[in-house]
Design a protein around this ligand. Sequence first.
Ligand SMILES: Cc1ncc(COP(=O)(O)O)c(C=O)c1O
Length: 339
Amino acid sequence: MSIEDKLLKLFEIRNTDNYRAVVITGSGTAANESILSSVVGDKNILILSNGEFGERLYNISKVHNKNTSLLKFDWGEIFDLEKIETYLKDNDVDIISMVHHETSSGRLNSIEDIGALSRIYDTMFIVDCVSSAGAEVIDLEKCNISFCSSSSSKAIGSYPGTSFVIGKKDEFENLKNMPVKTTYLNLYKFYHFISSVSQTPNTPAVPLFFAFEQALLNILDEGVSNRHDHIHNMANLLRMGMKKMGLEFLINEDEMSSVLTTVHIPSHVDLELFKRRLKYKNIIIYDGKGPFKNKVFQVGNIGSITPIEIDFFLDAVKEVLQTFDTAPVLKHVPEFKKK
Ligand SMILES: Cc1ncc(COP(=O)(O)O)c(C=O)c1O
């Protein structure tokens, strides 16, 4: 079974004859740029954004497509479907593009809702699934997704350096007549090579392809839904433990992805010291960016994580929090106050 077949299995595609997958040497951005430079032509593309990675889609599209528009929501904010629908009614939109898991906030945007709008308004739908593939259900068929991109290195669990695009076969075919805006990332060329000679247009990063294939095999051996459940369960353990310490999250748990938790920095905690003290215990947390800078930190739970690693992390955070003067927000565990 090829990498392509494994990818179609990972996405649990029912009508596999209607979909194809191509692998690209390059990180997730290469897959995004390959789609955005190859499928728009002179058409009108609308980017929906509620964070850093939505804005990146906009910036990539602007380089290649003169008719790029942006519907921008605050970072972390839920997409306002009414606003989006009004925009679609009032404007001539051929293509909608968005990020599934907006990694800057941890919010899982609804591909079901936007996919339904793309059907009603008869637009193509493109989704950046870089940080959700391998952890979340992405039903391309149900959500009317024409192309989605992702990377080997996040929830799929391989090394960085390869990415991929999965798309409807007829949409890949249509690319043949589109203006060519890049040579290296020309998506039609990837499709043409995989379908005619089972190869990539240029020298692939062969060792990374082998590693990627093995990571996919690992997920298929475990079972796709078992893998999703495991990641989800680890996120729940992590979140329960942090809530017990009184930590509070940026967004509601049921609106988060299962791979990332964005946590408010308690007001008495100096982030740099917090990070340094955790790093001393071999733990790296991520800073918030943009409007979240110095307001939140982010904890990811992808990779071979078991309850042992979660406990290790929670113990370390608890110890480090105790080194700051005042106890953190305590409303969830009054007994912590007694210490
Ligand atoms: C949602 C999303 N899109 C795109 C990217 C860019 O991917 P890469 O850094 O692999 O090019 C990232 C990286 O974190 C991401 O989270």
